[in-house]
Design a binder for this molecule. Structure first.
Ligand code: Q9C
Ligand code: ZN
Length: 348
């Protein structure tokens, strides 16, 4: 399996995130991807290549122009407010909830920052745009490879993507890599594309992007949003809307879930994908379902990820894997490559 590696990922390196009233060190760190890369090399898993460059028009299939313009210029605007800001990350602190207006684009930077975000846990840094932009190229490159006949490809990138919506960032995500990959497969002529989101957290951004569409089926296994981030989306009664009704399926699971229940639920999600008649699959590959993850609550063990990969391969679909969460840094490489190895062993 070919890996498209984002060589600019470490340009995104947040210092602190807001948690329970204090700023704590970021969980989403460059070392995460370094460990996956090291494990791929150690197991001689396959070629690791830089992405092709796609122009910004590829992003406009998923994200709004005004959001992309904001992201691309945010760091310079931030430093223009105060030269000392160069040593601080950008974090929002005000949002347009319900009865406030989100149709107006304020000139004030902090106000626009809140308009285009969903939490104060996702610092934007000097290199965030360059890292996210190269990450999108990895997802688009992997989709192109799979659309051209490869059995599978892996987009190894950070920041992750599945919480980012058409016009907002959050949950450590800025550009929705999985959504970009799915749209790229559609643009290559595949009529029905499925997205399987197996990160611990519900992929609210991806769901929202495709919620009213019948051509991209979204299904997600995740911690129950009653208790787990992102809280405000990911419930079982969200089935799609309009033309998309019946093309969205969520599988919330209680905190404490182990592999037996998780795997049985995966089979149900895969049955939905088969019934949809998907021609290709995008996997939002989060490894924060691991027992030792510091921000999550499932109990999967490292060997379970081999079985997971084999189960996904049994769907028999051309598959793009997109790296998402997973914060047990020392084990994230082993767990991620276990999924890919389990997939390839079963696909062969
Ligand atoms: N004390 C992804 O996995 N809340 N995003 C964490 C930490 C935010 C996770 C709380 C979790 C976002 C891509
Ligand atoms: Zn996650």
């Amino acid at each position: 399996m070919l890996t498209y590696y984002n060589h600019l990922h470490s340009q995104h390196h947040g210092k602190l995130e807001m948690y329970r009233g204090e700023l704590v060190p970021c969980f989403e760190v460059p070392a995460r991807v370094d460990h996956v890369l090291a494990e791929l090399k150690k197991r001689k898993f396959g070629a690791i290549v830089p992405p092709e460059s796609f122009d910004d028009s590829a992003l406009l299939g998923i994200h709004s122009q005004r959001y992309l313009d904001f992201l691309a210029g945010a760091w310079d605007e931030w430093v223009a407010l105060d030269a000392a800001n160069a040593w601080r990350d950008v974090l929002p602190s005000v949002w347009p909830v319900r009865t406030l207006r989100s149709d107006v684009l304020p000139t004030n930077f902090a106000a626009r920052l809140g308009l285009f975000s969903m939490d104060a846990g996702t610092p934007l840094t000097e290199g965030t745009w360059d890292a996210a932009r190269a990450g999108a190229d990895c997802a688009l490159s992997a989709a192109q490879a799979v659309g051209s006949g490869q059995r599978a490809a892996f987009a190894l990138t950070r920041p992750p993507g599945h919480h980012a919506g058409a016009d907002f960032f959050g949950g450590y995500c800025f550009l929705n890599n999985a959504a970009l990959a799915a749209q790229a497969l559609r643009d290559q002529g595949l009529e029905r594309v499925a997205i399987l989101d197996i990160d611990y957290h519900h992929g609210n951004g991806t769901q929202a992007i495709f919620y009213e569409r019948a051509d991209v089926y979204f299904t997600s296994l995740h911690g129950d949003p009653q208790t787990e981030y992102p809280f405000y989306l990911g419930y079982a009664d969200e089935l799609g809307a309009g033309a998309g009704l019946g093309f969205n399926r969520n599988w919330p699971l209680p905190r404490g879930t182990g592999f037996e229940l998780w795997r049985a639920t995966l089979q149900q999600a895969l049955q939905g994908i088969a019934a949809f008649g998907a021609q290709a699959l995008v996997v939002s590959l989060g490894l924060d379902t691991f027992d030792g993850d510091p921000v999550a609550g499932f109990h999967l063990q490292s060997d379970d990820y081999l079985s997971m990969g084999a189960d996904i391969a049994a769907a028999g679909l051309p598959t793009v894997f997109v790296f998402e969460g997973g914060y047990a840094v020392a084990e994230v490489g082993i767990n991620a490559v276990n999924v890919l190895q389990g997939f390839m062993a079963a696909a062969a």
